[in-house]
Write a protein that binds this ligand. Structure first.
Ligand code: IMP
Length: 416
């Protein structure tokens, strides 16, 4: 039996690094694509020819007609999933999908709690996507959540809904839900989604050594619930190690691909040492179309931060890097990269606490700008200044940059 090392695709910054395009690219010769955390807070844009696909829950492999799985670590809003399935099917694509029955369901009260908790926080708000992700994971950890396996059993679903709705209505002032109404609204979804349920952990385990598997991460390392910029994070483990518990297979060697955007962005609140609150930030946002796929919010933009990437590499163990959106920097006269931080006049690396991260000033190295055509697919045809930029990142992180994305389309990619 041949042995194939599974690939895992991880965002190295605060999400939106362009994972969708790289997953789509690497899915070309893959057999199975598995989404393992997060929910419809994520948004992946994939461009195939003239067609644009925007996905929130479905693994990117659906666009290629591959086998896809949603693992138990994902929280699912069933209406969003169904709508996404129907949209893709209406474009003439057959979906091969298995959903783990242990996935937790996002229900209307989760969205309400998410949005009202945020508005109560005022200027201390996290800036969540408002999709109910945090409250759904909170119920999972509290052992009160409703999973797909419960959803399939009408009586169990009804019973759990009644318990949950009563609790939410009494705990939250804006919750006036009726378990009966939710039950009746969700009932027609049971046959429509029930047919996709299957043993995802078992499918992955069975195929680990013989099939090419891609694990598709959502969000980014710095949004990890444990290791990110807490509390300005999402509610799941986004780093590579999370895949083992979120899917349910034994720890093993993985080909971890770190997706690094050629600059940095973040949506929502929280520290961001290299943020540019000036015209340059505005230019990057405009050229890079840095507006959220899920919420349409303008993303905060800044220079590349190597301290942050070294931290991300330490957490994930990148075997290779895919550098995305390099074309967005094309035409900028001078490009900066943060190589370390300064706090109270002292040089330092990634700090121990988030409050220190809020106070550090980045120390920059300046690079001469470069200009190139988005359709370049040969590394040697890149201007020497662009290669210098790429090779500096590679040297600093000691991880090879194997893929460089020079535009949104599939063919606008350099594979080294
Ligand atoms: P939540 O995941 O909706 O609870 O939001 C928590 C934080 O994660 C907020 O700052 C969001 O903007 C951010 N976030 C969640 N999903 C994504 C994503 O896919 N890309 C970028 N940021 C995200």
């Amino acid at each position: 039996m041949n042995t194939v090392t599974p690939t895992i695709i991880i965002g190295s910054q605060w999400g939106d690094e362009g994972k969708g395009k790289i997953t789509d690219l690497l899915s070309n010769d893959a057999d199975l694509i598995v989404r393992f955390q997060g929910g419809n807070n994520a948004g992946h844009t994939i461009v195939v020819g003239e067609e644009v696909f925007k996905l929130h829950l479905l693994p990117s492999g659906v666009v290629m007609g591959k086998k896809n799985c949603i693992a138990s670590g994902v929280v699912i809003d069933p209406f969003v999933l169904l709508e996404e399935i129907e949209k893709i099917e209406n474009r003439g694509i057959n979906i091969d999908l298995t959903i783990d029955p242990y996935c937790h369901m996002i229900l209307p009260y989760h969205k309400e709690i998410d949005q009202s908790s945020e508005s109560k926080l005022g200027n201390k708000k996290i800036g969540t996507t408002g999709k109910g992700i945090g409250p759904c994971y909170a119920d999972k950890i509290n052992r009160t959540g409703i999973r797909f396996v419960d959803f399939l059993d009408r009586d169990q679903f009804k019973n759990l809904l009644e318990i949950n709705v009563e609790k939410k209505n009494s705990q939250y002032e804006n919750c006036f839900f009726s378990a009966k109404d939710i039950f009746e609204k969700y009932l027609p979804l049971i046959p429509k989604l029930g047919k996709y349920l299957g043993d995802v952990s078992g499918i992955v385990y069975k195929n680990l050594k013989s099939k090419k598997i891609i694990f598709e991460g959502a969000q980014g390392t710095m949004l990890d619930i444990s290791h990110g910029t807490y509390p300005f994070v999402t509610s799941s483990n986004t780093i590579s190690g999370g895949v083992f518990t979120n899917v349910g297979f034994p720890p093993m060697n993985l080909n971890t691909v770190g997706i690094v955007k050629a600059y940095t962005t973040r949506v929502g609140s929280g520290p961001f040492p290299t943020e540019l609150n000036d015209e340059m930030g505005e230019q990057i946002r405009k050229v890079g179309h840095e507006f959220g796929t899920t919420t349409g919010r303008p993303r905060r933009c800044g220079w590349l931060d190597l301290e942050l990437l070294k931290y991300a590499n330490r957490l994930n163990g990148f075997k290779q890097i895919a550098l995305t959106k390099l074309d967005v920097l094309s035409g900028i006269e001078k490009i900066k990269v943060a190589t370390s931080y300064k706090l109270n006049e002292k040089l330092m690396g990634y700090p121990l606490t988030v409050s220190q991260l809020e106070s550090v000033s980045p120390v920059y190295k300046e690079f001469p700008g470069f200009e190139f055509d988005q359709d370049i697919s040969d590394y040697n045809k890149l201007p020497k200044e662009a290669k210098e930029y790429i090779e500096f990142i590679e040297d600093q992180l000691n991880v090879p940059v194997k893929i460089v994305s020079t535009g949104p389309k599939r063919q606008q990619t350099i594979v080294r």
